[in-house]
Design a protein around this ligand. Structure first.
Ligand code: GDP
Ligand code: MG
Length: 192
């Protein structure tokens, strides 16, 4: 949700979704701290980090990032997790088709099972903000030799669901800033 009214200084709650082990926490740590720790353990509990990004048009966007381990297992937590969220990042691992299936499950779980898949799913409309931005992220792009999800399949899936798609590597930092920049650019600007 874009809770600020200053059109030059936006603020947005962002949530991460996706199977355990796909690199959600590493993406966040790479973006916020510029670090990658290959020995880091799986996230325990919830973590909350924020980072401000300056855009070319001199606006700033403060991301309030919610990264929990619990959302992977406890669907009942989801409404709390999403409340007020203006952006969601759905992550899979490009070497794991299982994780891609899971990513689709996360999208579908919240998408209205109506005649067409809309960008904004039912749950998110209830609990998130009505104009939530959703990104589909294929992480671990550095492991392309073991790729099992094609970029084209993921791109097509994203288009069908009005999400934008990007492949990242938290390890090499490839496309991490671009991911957050793309989200920032798509955020609705409040009218002054
Ligand atoms: P989460 O459960 O989705 O939060 O996943 P984590 O961020 O804890 O990462 C799970 C494992 O994947 C860790 O061992 C990371 O070191 C590894 N990992 C995360 N991102 C990347 C990446 O971009 N490339 C590679 N090669 N490994 C990664
Ligand atoms: Mg984690």
């Amino acid at each position: 949700e874009n809770s600020g009214t200053d059109p030059k200084n936006l603020r947005v709650k962002l949530v991460l979704l996706g199977d355990s082990g796909v690199g959600k926490s590493c993406i966040v740590l790479r973006f916020v701290r510029g670090q990658f720790d290959p020995t880091s353990k799986v996230t325990v509990g919830a973590s909350f980090l924020s980072q401000t990004l300056a855009l070319e048009d001199s606006t700033t966007v403060k991301f309030e990032i919610w990264d929990t381990a619990g959302q992977e297992r406890y669907a009942a937590l989801a409404p709390l997790y999403y409340r007020g969220a203006g952006a969601a990042i759905v992550v899979y691992d490009i070497t794991s088709s299982e994780s891609f299936n899971k990513a689709q499950y996360w999208v579908k779980m919240y998408v209205d099972h109506g005649l067409h898949l809309t960008s904004i799913n039912h749950e998110l409309q209830k609990h998130g903000s009505p104009d939530m931005i959703m990104a589909l992220v294929g992480n671990k792009a550095d492991l392309h030799d073991n790729r099992s999800v094609s970029s084209q399949d993921a791109q097509e899936y994203a288009e069908r669901n009005t999400m934008f798609f990007i492949e990242t590597s938290a390890k090499t930092a490839d496309n991490i800033n671009q991911l957050f920049e793309e989200i920032a650019k798509r955020l609705p600007r409040p009218t002054p």
